[in-house]
Design a protein around this ligand. Sequence first.
Ligand code: ATP
Ligand code: MG
Length: 557
Amino acid sequence: MDHVDTEVRPSNFIRNIIDDDLDSGKHSQVHTRFPPEPNGFLHIGHAKSICLNFGIAKDYQGKCNLRFDDTNPEKEDINYVKSIQEDVKWLGFQWEGDVRYSSNYFDQLHQYAVELINKGLAYVCFLNADETREYRGTLKEPGKNSPYRDTSPEENLALFEKMRKGEFKEGECALRAKIDMASSFMCMRDPVIYRIRFAEHHQTGDKWCIYPMYDFTHCISDAIENITHSLCTLEFQDNRRVYDWILDNLDDFQKPDRTRQYEFSRFNLEYTLMSKRKLNDLVERKIVTGWDDPRMPTIAALRRRGYTPASIREFCERIGVTKVDNLIEVGMLNACIREDLNENAPRAMAVLEPIKVIIENYEQAQVEMLSAPAHPNKEELGVRELPFGRELYIDAADFREEANKKYKRLVLGKEVRLRNAYVIKAERCDKDDAGNVTTVYCTYDPETLGKNPADGRKVKGVIHWVEATHAKPAEFRIYNSLFTDANPAAAESIDDVINPDSLEIKYGVVEPSLVNAVAEKAYQFEREGYFCADSKDSSADHLVFNLTVALRDTFAG
Ligand code: ATP
Ligand code: MG
């Protein structure tokens, strides 16, 4: 069973099903689809579905469609249609042919509804919402048949046509499939398949005032597009009965290689909300600055924060595909991006909480150009120029007047190496009225550029620095998780679990080469973390860097 000829991937139950279908000759080519509803930006949960659907198509040399499942015109928006396409491409995938829309099939869907009516398998029902609920029954009790259930096909056709022409009010009636009011699956109790909505649609304008429901639309759209394996999340498990019932009853789809639905578990991430509706709420209430606020779990936010497509694909690979509910640790996502950036991100120096260092034995007004590799073991990334002079900035946390041996940084009377430069020794310091150190006066050993002191003195500590006259001021945005609870979706109110410290801003300096930092491309700021220039707010006059990920996890999450 070797249909996958790219790198070896761990198998999963879906791949096993596909292998069987190819072996048995049921299908000769795999055709999947990714079917987002354009009612928000895609989040990392969608990335799992994208990687699964497009990944399978790629590995099996099949095809994957991108189809907007756009049957709720009030909640949808053309901007979401655009952002979703960008995100899929950015993740590294290309859909088969043109982008598709369920709304492309509104005419056909209408025809198929007419076919069901003609077959006596659908009827226009005038029960109001309360009555419909009452007739539906409960999990313990069967439902009752609607009094409209036995209307003749002719009459139903006429009523459905009146619905289409806008002659009924919203909610006055709906078209229902005639399935089984006693079914143990609630979704089989005569589900609504068409409802009235006087809403303008982003694709079809005001052509329609009746819109098909998800359960009716999805299976038919899959079948029209010759999808072989329709992969969705477990909440649709029961709906698979409706999916099959509808296709079973339409003449066009009576073929053995017809599409089948398979369900896998939704993926959840700790400290993260994963629902477009809830994320939209955060945006509308201005708890975040937008869908791409770097604290959001959207693909757009992860991109803005400096995540790479490869790291997200790798993460989706590691979490795997199962039918078991899961809440994945944030540390797992962090590990993926960190591994990628450790390997590939250029290095640079930034001081987030600067204090001054003055090297008293270094000539006034002299600045020399040192050079430093962009990456410790990737020569191909080249070198950068690093100005060095009499006045530098170092981080406040890297100096102490006295400290024990564990503190391998700058201490009065002791030496430390400046990364990519010389060894310096702290002689004395100035403090402000509050007792905070403002300036450390040092001497340097000119014989220690790129080599150890000649007399064999050992200098263990290394700290980073930025030369003062060439330093560029920069704003650093340090992100913490947006929620204080590992499972914010379970909170009674989101307000109870919002982390007031999810954004911390620091003002410091960066080395001058970072004026040219490309937005969204992360650097390792040595000893500080991975950061990238912000795509919206950073400019040469006002540099803004986002924390992509810390160098290591500081908390269990
Ligand atoms: P949300 O509740 O966030 O809006 P959704 O499932 O309603 O999610 P859709 O736009 O309908 O969003 O989803 C498109 C596809 O992405 C579906 O096949 C859906 O099953 C899948 N998907 C959405 N969220 C997740 C998740 N957390 N894990 C795995 N797949 C997901
Ligand atoms: Mg949805």
